[in-house]
Design a protein around this ligand. Structure first.
Ligand code: CTP
Length: 398
């Protein structure tokens, strides 16, 4: 029972779907969770605090201060107490306030104080739901690490048909259960991830690089963090952004810089996943001034090898540490991947093939095969890199 003993804060805002919060609270309690309610002033117009406190056995919080004795209702305590917060229903207004930190009610201050994962289930009319403003705010929250339980389609309170219905309480409970089932395996883990390309300077305006986008590494970092792991993401130049507070991002430019950071950080992590496309060579000499065309009839740049980060980590790896590498091969894929795993002392190697349409650099999708040191081989179909990140973590840590 993954909800057994869990502390759940259920936030209720002012939507007609608030009547479903009563069944949601009941279902959570039936599964063994303890539930505390925080409700917005508008929420109280739709469902009474008396109903919710009778169902949960806990007082319902809504005001900053008690009207009886002026004592403070601490959203900070609630943030510390909770294993998870779910806002259901979440109106357009509450979503907007959460996205922009407009802390004018106890639900939003509780959200801002929350130390645990936050889920929300939108509920509103179809035009409000598809309005660019609502969608923008949902995107902001997603980037902030909030899990959005998508609205469903059907008849709405306005009698219009469309998308905007709050997901049914049974399905919300299922999503929360799934989260707890998968999340705890990484809850106490610290994970190093390398991502993106490296740039090797030729002169102040030119470099040798590669087409890596960093998308796979960033998806892995997001997925590790959403399962509660502390992540150190060491990335080469990439326009991608990340905002989950469990991810510490360290930007580097060259292979040498990535090597230095990784070697320093590796002893303190439980696992390292090396998805960066590290340049194997750098110019032996970096020019201090921009090279002029007129200075060279023909130009030869001598390259010197970069350190192999993976091999260096493989050498110092302790038995309780996990090292996962990637391989990008164009021929003899399995054979090359297996010998790379051996050579670099990886526990797992993830092969992605450039021969597959829809797989590889810069794309949102990829097709991979994971080989493990104990001889296992598992192939996955072409999928979004975000989905593959889940598969990789389930396989490697499962
Ligand atoms: N890697 C690394 N440091 C390097 C080169 C590679 O950490 N200097 C890591 C990559 O992040 C990846 C794995 O090693 O996880 C394999 O990378 P790849 O470029 O395929 O390996 P190479 O050893 O460079 O082999 P190849 O000759 O095929 O390029």
């Amino acid at each position: 029972m993954s909800l057994q003993g869990k502390h759940i804060v259920l936030g209720i805002s002012g939507s007609i779907a608030a009547y479903k919060s009563a069944s949601l609270a009941r279902l959570l309690i039936k599964k063994g969770a303890e539930v505390k309610i925080v409700i917005t002033p508008a929420g109280k117009q739709f469902i009474t605090p008396i109903t919710m406190s009778a169902l949960t056995g806990n007082p319902v919080e809504s005001d900053f201060f008690s009207s009886n004795d002026g004592s403070w209702h601490s959203h900070v305590d609630m943030g510390m107490w909770a294993d998870l917060m779910v806002v259901a229903p979440a109106t357009a207004s509450t979503i907007g306030k959460m996205a922009h930190g407009i802390a004018d009610n106890l639900l939003v201050t509780t959200y801002l104080s929350m130390k645990s994962p936050v889920f929300l289930a939108p509920s509103m009319d179809l035009d409000m739901f598809k309005h660019p403003s609502t969608q923008r705010n949902l995107d902001i929250l997603k980037k902030d690490g909030v899990h959005i339980i998508d609205a469903t389609s059907g008849e709405l309170a306005s009698h219009l048909e469309g998308k905007g219905r709050m997901e049914e309480p049974e399905n919300i409970v299922k999503k929360l259960e799934e989260y707890f089932q998968i999340s705890f395996s990484l809850n106490t883990k610290k994970i190093l991830i390398t991502a993106g390309p490296t740039y090797e300077r030729i002169d102040p305006v030119r470099f040798i690089g590669n087409f890596s986008s960093g998308k796979m590494g960033f998806a892995l970092a997001e997925e590790c963090a959403s399962r509660g792991a502390e992540v150190i993401l060491v990335c080469g130049p990439t326009p991608l952004s990340i905002s989950n507070k469990l991810i510490r991002r360290i930007d580097v430019e060259s292979a040498q810089q990535m090597y230095e950071v990784c070697l320093k950080v590796f002893p303190e992590v439980d696992a390292a996943i090396l998805s960066a496309a590290v340049a194997d060579y750098r110019p032996e000499h970096t020019y201090g001034q921009k090279m002029k065309r007129s200075d060279h009839e023909n130009l030869t740049i001598t390259l010197t090898p970069n350190p192999d980060i993976a091999a260096a980590l493989g050498k110092i790896k302790k038995p309780n540490q996990l090292l996962v590498g990637f391989a990008l091969e164009t021929n003899d894929e399995d054979k090359n991947a297996l010998s790379k795993m051996e050579k670099k002392n990886f526990d797992f190697i993830i092969l992605n093939s450039l021969n597959e349409e829809g797989a590889g650099f810069g794309l949102d999708t990829n097709k991979i095969t994971i080989f493990s040191r104990n001889g296992n081989k598992k192939s996955f179909e072409l999928k979004l890199k975000k989905e593959l990140a889940k598969d990789i973590l389930n396989h490697v840590f499962g």
